[in-house]
Structure formats: C-alpha cells, structure tokens
Design a protein. Structure first.
Lengths: 217, 217, 217, 217
DNA sequence: CATGAATGAGACTTCATTCAT
DNA sequence: GATGAATGAAGTCTCATTCAT
C-alpha cells in the first residue's frame, strides 16, 4: 500500500526504476532535512555529501544539479498537495453531500496528516515558494480546469442554498486557502514547539472559524 | 509631518543625524528593491553597488556588513509594524467601544495602508522571517506586556458579552494574525498582479470573514 | 628512517594518511618559502596559488583557512623544537654526566642541525612569535613539568658542585635560551649571507661563551 | 634639556619646524601605541585616525603614506640607538679606562634606560626589522667607520692586555649585540609581565655573563 | 588646513560543478 | 557506479589613498 509519506514514495519510485542505491536514499533524506532546517540557499552540496556519507561527486552523478535535487524532492510533494485536495473535494462532496463545514473539516484533516507526515518538505516548499516563480508555475497546472469547474459549481450550489455568503468563487477559495495555509505555516514552521492544544481540537477550531466566516449573513 | 513610508523615515533620520549622502540614499533604495525582488541571500553587494552607481566599498563604509544593511532597512519597519497595531487596538477600542468587527476593520485598514506603502520591505521581512530566528527575537519584545494585558482584558470583555466565541486568548489572537498576515502575504507577495477586487471591498470581506469566524455560536 | 626536515615529515605524514597530492605538497612548499621570505601577513593566498600552479580554491579545500595553512606548517616544527631539546638534555646529561660545557655543546649542535635544515620554517616561527600569543600558548605546554623538573635538579647539581654560578634556575635557563636563540636568529635571519666563520667554529665559540658566562666566579 | 624619550623629541622637533598641531602629536602618539601592540601590518590608518580623534585624511595630509608615518616614528629611535652606543663606548672607555666589564655595564645601563623609555618604539622596530630590509639598510650607515675603527682598536687593546679572548672583532661585537638585544627582546617584548628580579640586578647579571663569556681562558 | 565620503584593488573564502581515476 | 581532488567564478569585506568641500 502506497504511503502518504513522500520519502517513502521517492524510495519506491527509485526502487522500481533503477536499482536505487542506499546512497541515493541517504542523499535525498539528508537533503530534505537540511533544506528544511537551513534553507536551500544556505545548504551546500558538500554538507549534504558529508552528512550522507557520500562523495560530493555522487550527488551530481545522480541529480546533475543542486537545483535538480531540490526539484526531485519537492515535485512529488507538490503533485500530491493540491490534486488530492481536489479529489478529496470532489469525493467528499459527492459521497456525503454534507455541509460546507463537514467538507472543510475533511479537507483540513486530510491535509493535516499529509503535511504532518512531510513537515520537512512542507518547510522547504513554503520557503522556496517565496523565491522561485518557477515553483508557482509548476504548481498551477495541477489545478486542472476540470477540478476548478467542479469546485466552482459546488460553491455555487452552496451559495444557492444560502449556506455560504454570495461572493465570487476565487475570493472564497482564496479565503479558505489563506486560512488553511496560514495556519499550517504557523503550525509547522513558526511555532513548531508551541503546542497550544491537541491536534483534533485545533482542526475543529479552524474548521469552525472558516465555515462560520463564510456563512451567509 | 512624518510619513508612513519607511524609506522616507530612513531618509529623514539620516538627514537629521549624519548629513546623509545621496549615495547612501541610493544604496538603501536599491537594496530594498533588490532584496524584495530576489531575496537577501540571492542579492550580492556588488549587484547593489552597480545598480546604485556606487563603489562596492562604499556600501561597507556606511553599513559595515551586508547583514547590517538588511537590518538598517528592516528595523524601522518592524518597530512600526506591531506597536502601532497595539496602539491602534487600544485606542480603537477605548474611544469607540465598538464591536469586534469595527475594531478588526480599523486595524486591517491601518495595516493595509502601512504595508501597501512599504510593500518591498514587507516582502523582505516575510522572506527573511522564515530563515532568521534573530528577526523573530527582535520582533517579540515590541509586543509589550502592557499591550498584551490590554488585549487580553478586551478579548475577555467581548467573550463575556457573548460577542465572540469562548476560546483561550492566544488561540483567538493567533487566528486573527494568521488570517490577516496570510491575506497580506497573498495580496502583496504571491498574487501581486491579480487584483481581484478593490482595496475597500477586500478589506471589508476580510473583516467580515474574521469577525464572523469568531462569533459565538 | 625519518628525516629531521619538517618538510619531509609533512610529506611522509600526508602520504601515509591521506594519499597526499602533488598539489598539496607544492602548496605547502611554496607557502613555507613565501611566508619565510615576506612574512605571513604580507603573503596572499592568491600569490601562493599562482606560484604553486594551483587554483586558489585548492588551498582552501585542503587547509580551510590561511591561518590553518600556517599552523600546518609550523606545528610539527614547534613540536620538535623544544621537546627534543629536553630529551637531548636529559639523555645527554644522563649518559655522560659531562660538564655543563659539554652539555651545552651537544644541545647547540643538535639544534643547529635542526634549524639549519628548517631555516625557512624557523624564519616563519620567529616572525610570527612576536605577533601571535596563540603560538606561545601552543608552545609552552610542550615544556612538560617532568622535563623542567629534571632540568632544575640538574642545574642544582651543577650549582652544588660549584661548576656554575648560583642563580635561580629560571634566570640561568633564560640566559642560555636568550643566547642560543639570539644567535640562531642572527645567524639564520638577519645575517644569512654573512658567513663569518665555519659552522663548527661558531658552535664552539657560542658554547664557550655561554659556559664561561655561567661559570662560578 | 632634551629628553631621552623619542616622543618628546618628535614633539620638540615638530614644534620648532612648523607650528605642530596637537593633532599631529596625537597621531604619532597613537600610531606608536598601536603599531607596538598589534604590529604595523595589522593596524589600519582608520583605526589610528579614530583613536587619535582625527579625520583619516589628516594622517595622509601630514605623512603622505602609512609607511611614511612608520618611518617618522622609527627613524629618530634608530638614529639614537646605535650612535649613542658608539659615543658612549668611546667616552666610557676614554674617561675611565676601566675594564671591559665596567664598559659593558655602562653601555647596558644606558641602553636599558633608553629602551625602557621607548618600549613601544622598540617593539615596533624589532618586529619590523624582521620584515623590512630597508630598515637594516637605513640602520647600518649610522655605524660610521670612525666609530667602528675606534671600537676595533679598543677591542684590540683589551685582547692585547689579555683581558678578553682573542677572536675577530666582528665576532666579539656580534656576541655582545646578540646577548644584549636578545635580552632586551625577551625583557621588553616576550616576557613583559614576568619580572624575575629588579632592574639593577638583571643588568648586573647580564653584564657579568657577557664579560665572563668573553674572558680569555 | 581639516574633513570624511568615496574609491577600487585586492584579500580571504565558499561552493557548485567537472573529471580523471 | 563512486570518488574526491581540483577548479574558478563569485561573494563578502578591508584598507590605503584621493579629493571635493
């Protein structure tokens, strides 16, 4: 069964493709840890090599470029981050036809698990997002038109039923994303050690905050 | 009358104290622009010097270190960012004894202006915040106990009157800050060019979103 | 058989441990020459690199710091300089129970050879000694208590037998060292080219000068 | 009455010549202190300017070059160091026709006072001596033929009377100088703080050491 | 005369990347 | 495939010196 942890996936992928070495695993593992901790720009390939117990040349043999290594680490995360939201979105609504609140809860729970399991990569992505337009451009296409259309019609339904406020869809989506990613950033980057309350409770609070904030007046 | 724009303040300060040179102004101006655009780590002092039409040594004659230059640019911004929020908070509530919604609106409006006028520095601060613990440590003391106490008692009052949900104060504050700064980050960093709607309207939406989200059930 | 020349030792050490490269040897060789000639502070790493036919980065890949390179060159010399004196001292006296004169002669001869073979490094050490307290601190511990004790009791014996003047031991030692190193400095640094007389004769003169100077009245 | 302290002399000289400013005095004073403490190469003109309370340009207005400032500081010291030895030498012998020991004593005492009063400049000279051949070349001519001739004939006289060992004059002079300057260097540079015994006693010991060391067998 | 802002050459150092072994 | 020595471009920073004010 395929794990939710990106690292595992990378391992699987590479095992399938080309008799992935332990060394490659180690490189990726260490790179993730160091990029997350000190940032991509402040981590040198020689540090990674040393920490991974590998010759510096080996990194370049496998990944060609430092930037390539970053992408190798980030891409599967990005691929999973939004598409799964979308699928979840669709399935969550389809199956249960629940309220917005219920839906938001499911999404947040799901993403919480995902990010919690990949905290380091999340760190990297957030930090690099601010610098590299490339990342944003690579990110957007995953938000396919099909999915967007579905989200739009769903939101329209909620708006029609008077459950949520009547605002343009992009505005609503932006509000949800801002709140959710704002929360995750604070939770997993800035206040890592401050554990105000339990996971379940925090998710519940955030869910209520968002769904109430979007309620029709 | 002292402007709200940090750049102006730096100019004023230096004009008053050291007979600041045109070159120094140029250096700071260019540094802000480049740090914001490419990030502190990815901007070299030689680039700054060249763009400012100045010898590289001149930068170091005045600021000693590249990091010093960053601080010179960031510090007044940080000094203004939170304390003013706090003062506004106190005064806004005191004067008008209005609802939470009214208060949130005032704060957001005020901060919107401030950040709008100092977009570049805001960019720099957000980006560096994720890397440098130093910044956070320099930031926190401005949130004085006096202010925090006031905020706490105010929130308690709102909770007592049943206007807002009964949650621990740190949780409420965190939610507000997350939403507000999440919004600003999206607005001024990530989606600079996407102007979904007018400024007034956006502030209004965010205000309602937050104050409703915190309403008692 | 291990040579008395430090350069040889460095080569041996590195050949044994790290498969030392020709380039590394060349770097050390050139560094010694240039440090000796122009002084550590007045020799740039780029000069060394150019003269050694190596990229400047190569120096730092191996030695990390310019100061490290200096230490790499100096340390084995310092390690040998005094301890060997001490051992010689002990053995020389022990074996033959000869007069002070005989002992001084042995020591000077031995040190003459040593410094003669490592003239350049001696130059470096003398010059840097005056600037860096670090060096002195690294130097002193080699003068172990055991050795000092032995020297003291030996000098006491000479004093008891009436062969040498009755002065505090530190004073006597200081006089010997001052004369010997004063001589070496003049011989190998200041008047390199002036060869007043043959080596054997000079040693003999210095020996007599010191041993007579210390004779009891 | 003309002082023995070089600083005073520089002051006098400059007062006589060109309405010497307090600033120039301060510059020289500070330069001496800093060159002595940290070495010429490790002292920057900006440091000197700051410590002297003077603009950096002022230094160059007066002395043109950093090296010039060094020379301005060193030259009068050098001029006094040896010539006075020579004069003393001549007069000491002439007047009292005493033994070598008496003569050596007078010279050492005299030089001790001189160097003691100008410790900082002595430090500078010793340190720079090792680097700059220029200094040596500037130094030698002061040892005039007339003086040398006198020393030679005097030494010859002592040798003829059987008081001192029969060695070539340069060898004898070198031995004396080596011992004396070796002692001064140890006393005023390396072991500044270690005061083994009183000044008078140390001079006496050194005098006896040298004169005995040179005695005919 | 004095100032100090400005300069620019050059110092030390880092690091992604290449390539012979 | 793996290694790690070597590279060289680029980065931060220092400092003696100049020159307009």
């Amino acid at each position: 069964m395929s794990s939710d942890n990106i690292l595992d996936k990378i391992y699987e992928k590479s095992k399938l493709s080309n008799k992935e070495t332990t060394k490659q695993q180690k490189i990726v593992e260490i790179a993730i840890k160091m990029f997350a901790e000190k940032g991509y720009a402040n981590t040198s390939t020689s540090e990674i090599a040393k920490a991974a117990g590998v010759a510096e040349g080996t990194i370049f043999r496998h990944y060609g470029t430092k930037e390539n290594l970053l992408m190798w680490v980030i891409t599967p995360f990005l691929k999973d981050l939004i598409p799964v939201i979308a699928r979840e979105f669709i399935e969550g609504i389809d199956k249960d036809a629940k309220s917005l609140e219920e839906f938001v809860r499911i999404v947040i729970q799901n993403r919480y698990e995902f990010i919690n399991k990949n905290q380091d990569i999340f760190c990297i992505v957030v930090k690099e997002f601010l610098y590299k337009d490339v990342l944003i451009k690579e990110f957007i296409p995953y938000m396919s038109n099909y999915v967007l259309d579905f989200i739009y019609t769903t939101l329209d339904k909620f708006k029609a039923s008077g459950e949520i406020i009547d605002l343009p869809n992009p505005v609503i989506i932006r509000m949800i994303l801002t709140s959710v990613f704002g929360y995750f950033t604070m939770r997993f980057l800035l206040l890592k050690e401050y554990n105000i309350s339990g996971k379940e409770e925090e998710i519940e609070l955030l869910t209520r905050f968002i769904s109430r904030g979007l309620k029709a007046p």
